[in-house]
Write a protein that binds this ligand. Sequence first.
Ligand SMILES: Nc1ncnc2c1ncn2[C@@H]1O[C@H](COP(=O)(O)OP(=O)(O)OP(=O)(O)O)[C@@H](O)[C@H]1O
Length: 260
Amino acid sequence: MTAVEVSGVSKVFNKGRPDEVSALHDIDLVVESGQFVSLIGPSGCGKSTLLRLIADLVPPTSGTVTVAGKPARRARLDQEYGIAFQQAGLFDWRTVRRNVELPLELRGQKRAERHARAEEMLKLVGLSDFAGHYPAQLSGGMQQRVAIARALAVHPPLLLMDEPFGALDEMTRERLQSELLRVCAATGTSTVFVTHSIPEAVFLSDLVVVMSARPGRITETVKIDLGDRTDAIRQSPGFFTAITKVRKALRGMETAEVDA
Ligand SMILES: Nc1ncnc2c1ncn2[C@@H]1O[C@H](COP(=O)(O)OP(=O)(O)OP(=O)(O)O)[C@@H](O)[C@H]1O
């Protein structure tokens, strides 16, 4: 089954008003089960809007969005996906464990079950020792890991992430990228990931979707075939070749030479 299917989707904000914005035009996108797909493109090209459409946080003006074989609204109600945004969005007054338990509480899960699942997720992101801490006692990277643990707590088949590592330093960012891939592989989760970073998109993805400036369209999808993502991959010729390919696609120069 496909994880996400976006067909002929356009989005116009404030339609018919002077401040009308055509944010997305005729988007077709398929994310296969277990695939990691990144969205990249210039600021304002509609990456976040596309992610929000998949999450059913905004409705499309035209076209259809299917998640796990269901209309986006049904998928949202069934909690078919987890979301993690740039700000970790944790609740300050809840401990780390109780932040991770929140989506399970909303599902009406029993205390012991919630507890066990939260422990399992925190172990997965390497934060077992911090379960009783409050978010303010953690670094930004640790808070992001809690947000990822929370997004994964209900074992959603799909993870939607909007620049989750944007505010982090380069070393932490690279470490979390590797952790995220490990967690997704362990749980079989499909991911749609918005980023501004070409190396990040290439390192993480099976497919990098390149979008053009407003109204956002998909101009190219670049398949990334790098095998196991060890740290050594970041130094490999294949990694740099893929980066150049995405950069060319972003510049709209499929054939011309550009500096790598
Ligand atoms: N709720 C809204 N109401 C009106 N316009 C909106 C709304 N949300 C987004 N837009 C507009 O839609 C366009 C696409 O915005 P979006 O946030 O999706 O872009 P983006 O590619 O994620 O940008 P960035 O890379 O800067 O985060 C922008 O012109 C933005 O102003």
